[in-house]
Design a protein around this ligand. Structure first.
Ligand code: CUA
Length: 187
């Protein structure tokens, strides 16, 4: 017996309870099969690249994380600034190569201007003592989310001397638009 052909008007929608229309299991036309193959291969490739990049890419930040309190990170920052400030009160901190640096946000500024030497690796700890801030080194397409209660460490080796603007890109209150600092990379 031939399969029952059901003709419906546009108002009569198919439901999942209806038998499938005749011919539903016919093989896909050749060109469609090709496109489907390309699609699957491409999406598989993207999946592999996305996940493997997590392990091989050099852009992975942060690599370190620890729990802190606003008071404890504040203390660390103050000790760091006091130790390496070029002149008392200047807010410019010359970080010796290999030393840990800090970029801690507080409404509405960052802990200091960092002076680094090109070609040396530094660990920069970033955190916040109040609300969420988002320091961003725009020229390097680096963006970090500074969350109170945690300090995240990024290991970077600056290679190109220059001045890099760091600003907050997470709305954090009335002074948000003025929240910025610099990283100065010296040759
Ligand atoms: Cu800090 Cu916006």
């Amino acid at each position: 017996m031939a399969a029952e052909t059901i003709i419906r008007t546009p108002e009569q929608q198919w439901t999942s309870l209806d038998p499938p229309p005749p011919g539903w299991d016919a093989p896909m036309p050749g060109d469609k099969q090709w496109w489907m193959t390309i699609l699957f291969v491409w999406s598989g490739l993207l999946l592999v690249v996305t996940f493997s990049w997590f392990f091989v890419g050099k852009q992975n930040v942060p690599t370190l994380k620890r729990e802190v309190t606003p008071a404890s990170i504040q203390q660390e920052v103050e000790a760091f600034v006091a130790k390496y400030e070029t002149e008392p009160g200047s807010g410019i901190v010359e970080v010796p190569p290999g030393e840990d640096a800090y970029l801690v946000g507080e409404m509405w500024n960052f802990s200091s201007v960092l002076k680094l030497k090109a070609g040396h690796e530094y660990t920069i700890w970033y955190s916040s003592v109040d609300v969420v801030h988002n320091p961003i080194i725009a020229e390097q397409r680096y963006t970090f989310t500074a969350i109170p209660g945690y300090a995240y460490g990024i290991r970077i080796t600056p290679t190109t001397p220059g001045e890099y603007l760091v600003y907050c890109s997470e709305y954090c209150g009335l002074g948000h638009q003025d929240m910025a600092t610099k990283i100065i990379v010296e040759p």
